[in-house]
Design a protein around this ligand. Sequence first.
Ligand code: XMP
Length: 230
Amino acid sequence: MKLKEPPAIIPALDLPIGEAVELVKGLDSVEDKIAGYKISSLHALDCGLRAAVSELRVFTDLPIIYDHQKGATDIPAIAARQVELAADCGVNAFIGVPLGAGSKTLEGFVDACKDSDLLPIILLEMTHPNANDYLKEGAAKDIFEKASELGVNYFVAPGNKPEKLREYRNWVGDSYITSPGIGAQGGQAAEAVQAGTDYPIIGRAIYQAENPVAVIEEIYKGCKEGFSKR
Ligand code: XMP
């Protein structure tokens, strides 16, 4: 499984499922600018992942990316079970965050994604202040190297830290970067895409907007501009 060619936007549907469905219906005219929809642990806790996927599937064929916020932090066997269950619920990709759990969990998670035909997307670094307080220096590089060895080619890196994005862009080469941190957390789409992100992950800036279609069009314009300057 691959996401469409970059740049493209990944709306984060951090809304009750009924509202998420309405948003997805409303974005039909701009789906060519959307790589997939991100749903999350909020849906799993609220209505259940299976129900959330089946409600969204009525209105979109785009990939559904599951963000367990933060999945892949448990022992390898449980991370693998999380992946199997998510696949059974019908998602197409799963974001794994092995920071704090280590390489065996990363391996268990990625192997389970391969077995379940899910696209693994691995987080290298978070966006918010003090995100790295409990991490050793070089953790992102260790995760990147191990994940690459396992065949991962989609990563998450902070869209509000352009200097870090430039560094990660150099590491990943032909692989892809998805990035939260744009909009509500200060990152700019054009700058982030120019620096290295392929797929901005955007929640509040889209779903809290009066006109989400116009916001997608505007952000996409920024993405194209940034991409052309790489
Ligand atoms: P907003 O509303 O800030 O939503 O556009 C961001 C989405 O991305 C998820 N997510 C992260 N957000 N830093 C973030 O800001 C991260 O490192 C990160 N990892 C994932 C977040 O849960 C929300 O769905």
